[in-house]
Design a protein around this ligand. Structure first.
Ligand SMILES: Cc1ncc(C[n+]2csc(CCOP(=O)(O)OP(=O)(O)O)c2C)c(N)n1
Ligand SMILES: [Mg+2]
Length: 330
């Protein structure tokens, strides 16, 4: 949950039931999209490698809802939810996964390279921590041009072990750029648990920012309201010229690292428990006291949207070999 201090910083704003319902619809859309992606991947229709973020939907929705349209994000290998929440249509994302020209990256990127600069998505990155320095650059540009925009990097707990992460936070704080570093902490880096990759307790990972004197804000990553309020507070701080923020969101990866991961390294009972108690879609459904009929109506809408995206993607255009060098800048 957002702390009292965080609520105060966000102007004491509470989230209306109407807004929570909008969040619910988007989180369910992300969930149904990723379930469909898993299904189509297993059916052999999607090339490449796929990572879904089932269990982490409240992070994407809560953070992106707190941003303004001109703000920018950079994402990771687990990018579908971030791209949907920042405003790219599921049709264009699905077409990208099918490798079609109608895709958001013209079919050249696939799941780990979803771009949509027009809505402020500067791209997903297959390289762990790859998006973080670019976000410092974007934030520096906003600062130098005097633009009231913020730049946001999503990354995981594993990414905080890279040199890139530390170099980026160091310069961001030195230059006081309007950046938000969203640590999406699911406690796993592939098959490596937090206890084997981090010298800090998993819940205390925000302490890494203290080395740079950076402000940190923390919230329960399974509670979309808490995420939203914390992200609003982070945005207000960064946009006011007070410097960057590390936004630490503890979340749960309720599926494998990649689609097809047998998860032999994971305790089955623990995973079952997490699925039963940490699912952010179920938690919000309970909070909203949605009836079965109420849920079915929203579900029917988002499921139809996802089905239509598959039809759109399948009817798309395959790139020609002679187009291979298009959009290549280096
Ligand atoms: C620089 C780099 N090193 C290693 C990898 C292989 N790799 C892909 S995902 C991943 C784990 C990342 O963990 P985390 O940052 O916590 O993100 P999560 O998968 O939990 O979302 C690794 C090591 C990579 N893609 N890039
Ligand atoms: Mg992780």
């Amino acid at each position: 949950m957002a702390t009292v201090e965080e609520r105060a910083e966000s102007g004491g704003r509470r989230v209306s039931e109407q807004l929570l319902k909008t969040f619910f619809r988007e989180m369910l859309l992300i969930r149904r999209f990723e379930e469909k992606v898993e299904e189509r991947f297993r059916a052999g229709e999607l090339p490449g490698f796929l990572h879904v973020a089932i269990g982490q939907e409240a992070v994407a929705t809560g953070v992106c809802a707190a941003l303004e349209r001109d703000d920018v994000i950079a994402s990771t290998h687990r990018a579908h939810g971030h791209a949907i929440a920042k405003g790219t249509s599921v049709e264009r994302i699905m077409a990208e996964l099918y490798g079609k020209l109608e895709g958001c990256s013209h079919g050249y990127g696939g799941s780990m390279h979803l771009y949509d600069v027009e809505v402020g998505n500067l791209g997903a990155n297959a390289v762990v921590a790859g998006g973080i320095p670019g976000i410092v650059g974007a934030a520096l540009a906003f600062l130098m041009r005097g633009e009231p925009r913020v730049a946001v990097a999503f990354f995981g707990d594993g990414a905080t072990n890279t040199g890139t992460f530390h170099e980026s936070l160091n310069l961001a704080q030195l230059w006081k750029v309007p950046a938000i570093f969203v640590l999406e902490n699911n406690g796993w880096a592939e098959s490596t648990p937090a206890t084997q990759q981090l010298p800090l307790p998993v819940d205390e990972l925000a302490r890494r920012a203290l080395a740079y004197g950076m402000k940190t804000i923390e919230a329960d990553g399974q509670d979309v309201e808490a995420v939203y309020l914390a992200a609003l507070a982070a945005r207000e701080h960064a946009a006011a010229g007070k410097g960057p923020v590390l936004l630490h969101l503890r979340t749960y990866r309720l599926t494998g690292h990649y689609v097809g991961d047998p998860q032999v390294y994971r305790d089955r009972a623990e995973l079952k428990g997490e699925r039963e108690t940490k699912d952010p879609v179920e938690l919000l459904r309970a909070r909203l006291q949605l009836t079965d009929e109420g849920l079915a109506a929203i579900d029917a809408q988002v499921t139809a949207e996802v089905e239509a995206s598959v039809e759109f993607a399948k009817a798309g255009t395959d790139p020609s070999p002679e187009d291979a060098a298009k959009y290549v800048y280096a």
